[in-house]
Design a protein around this ligand. Structure first.
Ligand code: SF4
Ligand code: SF4
Ligand code: SF4
Length: 269
């Protein structure tokens, strides 16, 4: 059995140099995107079919102190990925390493993965009609290599390794920075509404500052669809499948409502 791996981003060490974005584009053979200057240092507005890994930057002033906060944002590689649950083609799957990967041959570009992701990660390419996202460089992991983004970070803000080791490292680093950052906390390390994530963070402040949901959740409606309605429809025949499709449309609407209610922020919005 393959070892469970994880990536850890320590925002206290990140300089916002964006070398990890360049490395991702290079390894994934993704083209550059032209981005307008909006009066701040944020480059791309969000993830896109051409950008799987994004350094998000927030400028804020708190207690008369100016803060620049950087965070590396990409697929979180959830332990229980809602994207895979929502996919009617079974085009997304979780590998033994923990990476959630997409089979482009199976993908029909319906966008249900995007609708159901609590982090609004997948982006459907309008040209190819295929979903897109970070796969944790699953091809590199399978060959004993480190993901391209982690390999390139000279600030040692990104670590990659066995999940247990990353959890130990996260706790140790958190302990080290608590004196300088009293609100520092870990994210994705403990089990949460998505079972924990294989992309984990050491944050210097609350998740909201970095645009992360405090309590990401997989919608129960997706479990209902994937585990009960759909298999039942397949057992009962075409008529039932049509009925099940209607039920799925309903579950999808519920999922969307659920996301809006919890204030989920979309890069596509
Ligand atoms: S390469 Fe490292 S320091 Fe530079 S932006 Fe990426 S995570 Fe931050
Ligand atoms: S962050 Fe979204 S796309 Fe990535 S594994 Fe989780 S549900 Fe899927
Ligand atoms: S793991 Fe690979 S695909 Fe994902 S952000 Fe890093 S370089 Fe890009």
């Amino acid at each position: 059995m393959a070892t469970e791996m994880a990536m850890l981003h320590d925002v206290s060490r990140c300089t916002g140099c964006r070398a990890c974005m360049v490395a991702c584009k290079q390894w994934k053979d993704l083209p550059a995107e032209s981005t307008p200057f909006d009066g701040n240092f944020q480059s791309h507005k969000g993830l896109s079919p051409k950008t799987y890994n994004l350094i998000k930057m927030t400028e804020r002033t708190e207690n008369d102190t100016f803060h620049w906060d950087f965070i590396k944002f990409q697929c979180m590689h959830c332990a229980h990925p809602a994207c895979a649950k929502g996919c009617p083609q079974n085009a997304l799957r979780k590998t033994e390493s923990g990476a959630v990967v997409l089979d482009k041959e199976k993908c029909i570009g319906c966008g249900y993965c995007a609708d159901n992701c609590p982090f609004d990660v997948p982006k459907v390419d309008e040209q190819t009609h295929k979903s897109t996202k970070c796969d944790l460089c699953a091809d590199r992991i399978e060959n004993g290599m480190t993901p391209a983004c982690a390999q390139t970070c000279t600030a040692r803000a990104i670590d990659f390794g066995k999940k247990d080791d990353m959890i130990t490292l996260a706790h140790s680093r958190l302990n080290d920075i608590k004196g300088s950052f009293p609100n520092a906390q870990l994210y994705g390390v403990d089990k949460n509404g998505v079972g924990g994530t294989h992309m984990m963070y050491i944050l210097t402040d609350s998740p909201a500052i970095y645009g992360l949901p405090a309590d990401p959740k997989t919608n129960d409606a997706i479990d209902l669809w994937k585990d009960i309605i759909r298999p039942a429809g397949q057992l009962m025949g075409v008529g039932a499948i049509v009925g099940a499709a209607g039920a799925y449309a309903l579950t999808k609407a519920i999922a969307k409502k659920h996301k809006n209610e919890k204030g989920g922020k979309s890069d596509a919005d």
